[in-house]
Design a binder for this molecule. Structure first.
Ligand SMILES: Cc1cc2nc3c(=O)[nH]c(=O)nc-3n(C[C@H](O)[C@H](O)[C@H](O)COP(=O)(O)O)c2cc1C
Length: 416
């Protein structure tokens, strides 16, 4: 991540850019690394938006720029300065404004891009590894999912709640601060297979994943919602275990219903205005673990889920590059789940290793078609404490910290 410019303006504002060196993940994850980098961009966007919100600031993506323009703005196209380093690819450019009103206040003209590109650049990229493993599919994606210049995607604040949805309640005045929740967030390495969550907690977590344009972090993400959640409910009080669907874009209910197996009931859940539907009741703990590469965490949480994209339609309407923005959307949903789980006193884990075709088959979706495509799994529940992990305060290693300087939240000890 880089902060690419500080603009002297009132209110103060600056640009933040995200880029990926795919090798940083592919050395470990192989082919999966390309999509993990896109997931990470979505998670990072969420982190930035929440951090800005915690300071009372707003944030917008400047989503119309092409990758070529982003490369120029970030200085990634300086061939001489990257000569033997692993290539770095642009992802996102965000505008952070030090005021809460999310109205867009900046467009980047092609003249501005040229001026930045012609500026004085300093520094050279260092090579990370002496040898590399070549993953042909990653190279193919790098070549085929390049973003062109696109129409301005900006959903201005409406100041109203979308039709059919209940207003999100105001933030709790009691409970841990956003800062402590953000700092304590960790992925659960294992789930205890026992902890349940209340129906209110479950619905509250789901509600925060709804793409309401006036809520954090969705006000920073200008693309239409194209992911629905296939929920495996294992332990939610007052909700029978089974498979449920959260339609983040309720207008796609009939299209999905037509494509899924015909013995799903599609019963709306009473007592909530959220578009949540019961599909089939039963104990799906083993199934959930199985479709998540047999990882027990997906069956041992209170619930787990697959994020399934309206895939072919999005690529047809937005172009091949939209493959990436679908993963950003999934990563952003994931970041909401991570933080909402912590706020609810449980924990979550992103699951990037899953068997997509098996999940498609189970839902009756044709694995040979690409109408619907699973992009990310997640689990939420009671974590098994992992004594191997230690959390230290940020910058603990700096001499000023060791001399006893306290952190923002007043603690000068490891948090747990
Ligand atoms: C895109 C993505 C995919 C992940 N996939 C898995 C997974 O398949 N299984 C798992 O146990 N953890 C998975 N994780 C969790 C990571 O292992 C974890 O985020 C990482 O170890 C850093 O720990 P932290 O989240 O506590 O900071 C994934 C995380 C991300 C962001």
């Amino acid at each position: 991540m880089e902060v690419v410019a500080v603009v002297d303006a009132e209110p103060p504002r600056f640009l933040v850019a995200l880029s990926s060196v795919h090798w940083r993940e592919s050395w470990k994850y192989g082919e999966r690394a390309y999509r993990y980098c896109q997931h990470d961009a979505g998670h990072a966007l969420g982190s930035l938006r929440y951090a800005a919100a915690a300071l009372g600031w707003s944030m917008q993506l400047i989503s119309e720029l092409s990758d070529a323009d982003l490369s120029t703005i970030m200085g990634l196209n300086r061939v001489q300065d990257f000569h033997d380093a692993e290539p770095e690819f642009p992802n996102l450019l965000g505008l952070v404004v030090a005021r809460p009103n999310p109205s867009r206040t900046l467009c980047v003209s092609s003249e501005a891009v040229r001026i930045v590109g012609d500026g004085s650049w300093h520094g050279q990229a260092n090579r990370l590894s002496s040898e590399q493993v070549h993953w042909p599919w990653i190279g193919a994606m790098e070549a085929n999912a390049v973003k062109p210049h696109t129409e301005l995607q900006f959903r201005p604040s409406t100041g109203r709640v979308p039709q059919g949805q209940v207003p999100i309640p105001p933030p709790k005045v009691v409970g841990p601060s956003a800062v402590s929740i953000i700092r304590q967030r960790r992925s659960a390495v294992a789930m205890d297979g026992q902890t349940s969550v209340s129906l209110d907690t479950f619905m509250g977590i789901l509600r925060r994943t709804m793409p309401e344009p006036d809520t954090v972090p969705w006000d920073a993400f200008p693309f239409p919602a194209r992911i629905w959640l296939c929920l495996f409910v294992h332990r939610v009080d007052d909700l029978p275990p089974g498979i449920y669907a959260l339609m983040r874009d309720p207008t796609r209910l009939e299209a999905l219903r037509t494509d899924c197996r015909d013995d799903f009931s599609w019963t709306p859940i009473s007592g909530t205005a959220l578009p949540v539907y019961e599909l089939r009741l039963g104990d799906f703990r083993q199934v959930a673990a199985h479709v998540s590469c047999t990882q027990a965490i997906a069956g041992d949480g209170a619930f787990s889920l697959g994020m399934i994209a309206d895939f072919a339609r999005t690529l047809k309407e937005e172009g091949a590059w939209a493959y990436r923005r679908l993963f950003w959307e999934a990563g952003l949903v994931g970041q909401v789940l991570y933080l909402e789980a912590e706020a609810a006193g449980v924990q979550a884990t992103g699951i990037g290793c899953y068997f997509d075709d098996l999940l498609h088959l189970g839902l009756g979706l044709d694995p040979e078609e690409d109408a619907w495509q699973s992009l990310y799994h997640f689990t939420v529940g009671g974590a098994v404490h992992d004594a191997r992990l230690t959390t230290l305060p940020a910058y603990f290693h700096l001499p000023s910290r060791r001399a006893g300087h306290r952190s923002v939240d007043g603690s000068d000890h490891p948090e747990r």
